[in-house]
Design a protein around this ligand. Structure first.
Ligand SMILES: Nc1ncnc2c1ncn2[C@@H]1O[C@H](COP(=O)(O)OP(=O)(O)OP(=O)(O)O)[C@@H](O)[C@H]1O
Length: 253
């Protein structure tokens, strides 16, 4: 579904992404991890075609990104950034309905409204469906943006720290929801800082360090040595029901 080959990206003269190779199949959830500033969000923006790469290729379903029409890409990819600011805040319902815009010619159909209501229920947002999003807590807003992404019914879902601001229960809810979407035939690339959650939910993990892929693979790459090399933090790892729990112990001197 998604294949990156030797992708390089510069901001001006600064090399940000260097020779990134990555592959993701339908039905898989890939997590991007790495320290602050290692290039995770930049990589997601390149995949979403927000940023033009300097060299290499990004292919979706065997076709180069630049061979797609804008609207085709908008239907294929749902991108949920870390923060969305809107000078004219809409209600929760209208914000999620906006996700359907890629399919609308003039006005939202009955089907679009029905799907929006379904997503609102799934996300547990029914009670605040007609509240303006600037009156919501950070966590509630995070769920609304995820809802807007889900409303697109895209085949590739890109999420930049979707568990930001969410309490434990809502983090689990959100990841279970994303996992269900992926199991139903889409694929997701998710930026995450919580390595234990990454271990629990990912089919693939890509560890970035200074704009390069340091390691990629299944949760086996979450070793104390790799984590120390990437983050400069000593950790202990515990196996729990088939996934790993990462406990930070000490920062490198
Ligand atoms: N618009 C920009 N112009 C110039 N440099 C930028 C811009 N946006 C990001 N950068 C730089 O690119 C590098 C990678 O940033 P990026 O946001 O991709 O990192 P990240 O891994 O997502 O970080 P975080 O975990 O803190 O969100 C950083 O050095 C950052 O300063």
């Amino acid at each position: 579904m998604l294949k990156l080959n030797n992708v390089n990206f510069n901001y001006g003269k600064s090399e940000i992404l260097k020779n990134i190779n990555l592959e993701l199949s339908k039905g898989q959830l890939l997590t991007l991890v790495g320290p602050n500033g290692s290039g995770k969000s930049t990589l997601l923006k390149c995949i979403n075609n927000f940023l033009d790469i300097n060299s290499g290729t990004i292919m979706i379903n065997g076709k180069n990104l630049d061979q797609y029409k804008r609207q085709e890409l908008a239907r294929l990819i749902a991108y949920v950034p870390q923060q969305i600011s809107s000078p004219f805040p809409n209600t929760v319902f209208d914000t999620i309905l906006m996700g359907r815009k890629v399919y609308q010619s003039w006005r939202p159909s009955h089907q679009d409204r029905k799907l929006t209501a379904k997503i609102i229920n799934k996300l547990g947002l029914a009670e605040i469906a007609f509240t303006k999003i600037n009156q919501l807590s950070g966590g509630q807003r995070q769920k609304v943006y995820l809802g807007r992404g889900l409303a697109q019914q895209a085949k590739l879902i890109l999420l930049d720290e979707p568990n930001n601001n969410l309490d434990l229960k809502h983090q689990l809810e959100i990841f279970n929801l994303i996992k269900r979407e992926v199991n139903q035939g889409s694929a997701a690339v998710i930026i995450m800082h919580d390595l234990s959650l990454a271990s629990r939910f990912s089919d693939k993990i890509v560890m970035l360090k200074s704009g390069q892929v340091f390691k990629s693979g299944r949760q086996e790459i979450l070793t104390a040595a790799n984590i120390y090399a990437v983050y400069g933090v000593k950790v202990s790892l515990k196996d729990h029901q088939g996934f790993k729990i990462v406990i930070p112990e000490k920062i490198a001197n």
